[in-house]
Design a protein around this ligand. Structure first.
Ligand code: ATP
Ligand code: MG
Length: 213
């Protein structure tokens, strides 16, 4: 057994929406430090609900963790807000690759650094690092994000999350609606980020083949 505490521990949680709709019951799992854990399941299985429970975004959808506990870096997350979680190093990339369509690819990435007090020079440095992982984004840096391909938008969403320098990334179905080749490319980059940046990852996927690889 490992003696290092997991970065995330979900223990026997129950989630209810609108006070009556029971969606999760008895869900428990851990994400070890620096590892990738995949939550696999079909439509409506509760993957997004699980991720939102972890990031505390659930409250904004009238959902509530009514039983069990969630610990991030050894601290119970009960009563914390999404902004607190970002401050503690957890960033969620929502389902459906949300970008600011009217901003350039580069400006989208820069917004990811806003939560941290860093200089413009540091922002540039970190942008270059993100471009090294996502060379496609470098070539599209001045394009409006709304006019880039679905795969590029997913890259923007992940790259923007990485600009916050998270210790843990929550990825909700990054493969959704994308061609197999671009999905493979994105997952290779995700694995690279995990290995080189040491970021722990909780991934929700319907696409079992890709996720297991
Ligand atoms: N805000 C909400 N209010 C009420 N019910 C909800 C809400 N969000 C999700 N649900 C219900 O909770 C269940 C799980 O949904 P969830 O989105 O977590 O599944 P999922 O595994 O992410 O599915 P998908 O693969 O389609 O994204 C579904 O039955 C869904 O209808
Ligand atoms: Mg979902």
């Amino acid at each position: 057994m490992s003696t290092v505490a997991p970065i995330l521990a979900v223990k026997n949680i129950e989630v209810i929406y609108d006070h009556v709709i029971l969606v999760l019951r008895g869900v428990s799992f851990e994400v070890p430090q620096g590892k990738i854990v995949a939550l696999l399941g079909a439509n409506g299985a509760g993957k997004s609900t699980t991720l939102k429970s972890v990031s505390t975004l659930l409250a904004s959808e009238r959902g509530e963790v009514t039983k069990g506990s969630i610990e991030f870096r050894g601290k119970r997350t009960e009563g914390l807000a999404p902004g607190d979680m970002v401050g503690m190093g957890m960033v969620q990339v929502m389902e459906g690759r949300h970008c600011f369509g009217h901003l350039s690819v580069e400006d989208n990435l820069i917004t990811g650094a806003y939560a941290r007090p860093i200089s413009n020079a540091q922002v540039r440095e970190e942008l270059e690092k993100i471009y090294a992982y996502f060379p496609r984004l470098k070539t599209r840096r001045t394009s409006l994000a709304g006019y880039t391909s679905g795969g590029e938008q997913q890259m923007v969403a992940i790259g923007r999350a990485m600009m916050a320098k998270p210790s843990m990334l929550l990825l909700d179905e990054p493969s959704m609606g994308l061609a197999p080749q671009i999905v493979a490319e994105i997952f290779e980059i995700v694995r690279d980020l995990n290995q080189k940046e040491g970021v722990s990852i909780l991934l929700a996927e319907q696409n079992t083949n890709v996720a297991l690889k």
